[in-house]
Design a protein around this ligand. Structure first.
Ligand code: BLA
Length: 318
């Protein structure tokens, strides 16, 4: 029962590539996130001059400690994008995409974030234009980028419903159009996810194209610090760390996180994780191992149809 997954016509080549590498052909509904990456790079090329990132030399592909799971990395930059990078993981029982686009600090553009984890028929998905600045206190920022994207968000948040409670701290990194969802693998769900990715990425590219470069040094600093804070958070607390450590070991996982996935931590600013998130401080000045201090929250979508009114969090206080 070999199923042909046909998102955009390029899936055939993936099957044949797998065959050449001697992979099992009976992965009935295994998804390959390579199509998502191919789309995004081709689409970016239509809007901007895409050049390889210096990170490409060090980060290209790796085989995990199991000898079978492959990690594929790619990285680029454009005149407006500081770092456009992807990591995909293809294993017998796991497929992962971690895709992000980080703008240059002269732009207050959102950070594009596509994080998809597929294993044993479950899918854990975050797709968003992560806001660089707080969408509640910075109303102007929400209006500038999100108000006109609400119809797009509504369309997909109906098809891909809210995934339930999550680390409460994460919500500040999400926008009113975030797609946070979990689902059981099926051809139709993966097709919806692919088209959501396509539409969100196209929307982000349009914002990028229209963005006006900031010249005020204090506003550029503000963008720089916001991006640095974001990188610092994700390099330390992203939920995928455990999987990466199991695949390639703690040392390589840390290197991949700090120097590839969230590259810029050492260049964009000098504040530490505890400077930004002091509540994670534990005795002796170390960072608490806990993923969350507040606990899990947001059982349902906390924004209304206009992307407003953060629903009061029904949170279990530990
Ligand atoms: C779970 N991944 C999650 C969850 C979220 C995210 C919200 C639910 C658990 C939680 O609330 O922490 C994703 N969280 C994000 C993202 C941001 C954030 C993208 O704050 C951005 C600001 N996920 C990946 C990758 C892997 C992965 C690359 O993106 C593996 C290499 C795995 N994510 C993964 C796993 C879980 C998960 C295994 C479930 C286990 C768990 O909840 O700890």
């Amino acid at each position: 029962a070999l199923m042909t997954i046909n998102y955009n016509g390029s899936s055939q080549s993936h099957w044949s590539r797998r065959k050449k590498k001697g992979h099992c052909l009976l992965r009935v509904s295994a998804i390959s996130y390579q199509d998502f990456i191919d789309f995004s790079l081709n689409e970016t090329k239509r809007h901007a001059l895409l050049v390889p990132s210096p990170l490409q030399e060090k980060y290209s592909s790796m085989i995990a400690m199991d000898g079978r799971t492959r990690l594929e990395m790619s990285s680029f930059e454009t005149p407006r994008i500081r770092l456009l990078r992807s990591m995909s993981i293809e294993g017998e029982a796991m497929q992962v995409l971690d895709f992000a686009a980080f703008p240059k600090p002269e732009f207050d553009l959102p950070i594009f974030c596509g994080n998809f984890f597929t294993a044993a028929n479950t899918n854990i998905v975050v797709l968003d234009l992560n806001p660089l600045h707080d969408v509640i206190s910075r109303r102007d920022y929400k209006e500038k980028y999100y108000d006109r994207l609400m119809p797009l968000g509504l369309k997909y948040t109906e098809l891909l419903p809210w995934g339930g409670k999550l680390t409460s701290e994460s919500i500040k990194f999400f926008s009113p159009i975030v797609i946070w969802t979990k689902f059981t693998s099926s051809k139709s769900k993966h097709e919806v996810l692919y088209s959501a990715f396509v539409e969100y990425y196209k929307a982000w590219l349009e914002l990028m194209e229209q963005a006006v470069e900031e010249t005020d040094p204090s506003l550029i600093m503000c963008n720089l610090e916001a991006q640095h804070r974001y990188l610092t958070w994700r390099a330390e607390k992203d939920p995928g760390h455990g999987v990466l450590k199991r695949l390639i070991g703690e040392k390589l996982a840390k290197d991949l996180l700090r120097n590839f996935l969230f590259s810029g931590i050492d260049e964009l600013g000098s504040k530490t994780f505890l400077d930004y998130f002091p509540e994670y401080g534990s005795e002796g000045g170390t960072i608490s191992e806990k993923r969350s201090i507040i606990g899990k929250g947001f059982e349902s979508r906390p924004w209304d149809k206009n992307g407003e009114k953060l629903i009061k969090e029904r949170m279990k206080v530990k």
